[in-house]
Design a protein around this ligand. Sequence first.
Ligand SMILES: *Cc1c(COP(=O)(O)O)cnc(C)c1O
Length: 375
Amino acid sequence: MRAPVTEATPQKAPRMKPWIEAIHAYAPGKSKAGDGRSLIKLSANENPLGTSPAALEARAEAVMPSLYPDPDSTGLREKLGELHSIDPARIVCGTGSDELLNLAVQAFAGPGDEVLFSRFSFSVYDIATRRCGATPVEAPDRDFGTDVDAMLGLVSERTRVVFIANPNNPTGSYLPQDELARLHAGLPADVLLVIDQAYAEYVAPEDDDGGMALAAAHENVLATRTFSKIYGLAGERVGWGTGAPGIIAALNRIRGPFNVTLTGQKAAVAALGDQDFVRNSRLHNQVERQRFVERIEALGNHGLRPLPSEANFVLVLFEGALSAEAAAEGLADRGFAVRHLPGQGLPQGLRITIGTQQQMEIVAATLREMAEAAR
Ligand SMILES: *Cc1c(COP(=O)(O)O)cnc(C)c1O
């Protein structure tokens, strides 16, 4: 314990709050090798097909940088409402969905409160919780996925917010509609359930998890989505969320006043209008993910194990002679950045974004060579 600050022991510099000091900063996916070489990024789940041409065009035409953007992202909320059949008043946009995830905790939890999420889920949940002084509570996983019973078993009087990423990052696991509904039904009405659907558009529409419907029907559900993944606009930082008016009003109180840029709003509206691009991206991902998973499954005798994924990445476990660390180094030598996650309790795992067909062939072939050579 540090001695209390008195006049006799002046501080030489501002001191961060202890709960801020406890945060491990978010570690972004790598884009460079140790020696500074640029790598092909299969480390941040970006869209290998790029961005819809319509969105690129709208973005290029949106030039009035001397003026603030629309503070309420009105056109974007209207377009989202139209596409998803939601009243735009029940939508809030953010500087990426990251802003909204942070605001959700900030608005509903504080010191002494608990925020619950699964082990091996998105690292932002821990950061968002700690930065407002609340206490993170991690539920044990089931086969690396969400265990609804374990989650519900950890709900206490102090629980204020529950996070679930569906599909989950970094594991790719997915809770079907009935399980998500069961999680919601088991929560007290005054606990906010945040359903982070960053990868929802990669799931076949008939397998929808029902998160948006829960957000439409209940007072305690916020569903969030992003333009960073399938829409190919990660660089523009646009996300959105929907829920009951009380939740949206709380987030609007504390969000950045001009939180979505002009180019971001214009590009996102145009991207929503190009659902062919979204379908093509989903189809590409489905085909290449399947092909990649089969190639990795064929290396099972060398201890490589791909976890089932509904997202645009696969978490590959290395349980044989070839370690995840060595595999990541070998892939970097061949020009690819992937995500090693020892800081998230997964030293044996590499999260690999589904890239182009050619990229995935080289990655799979490189892993096979390394696995066969390892002893
Ligand atoms: C990528 C990702 C996000 C999206 O973050 P943005 O701030 O919208 O770019 C949100 N949640 C999860 C689980 C993610 O993987």
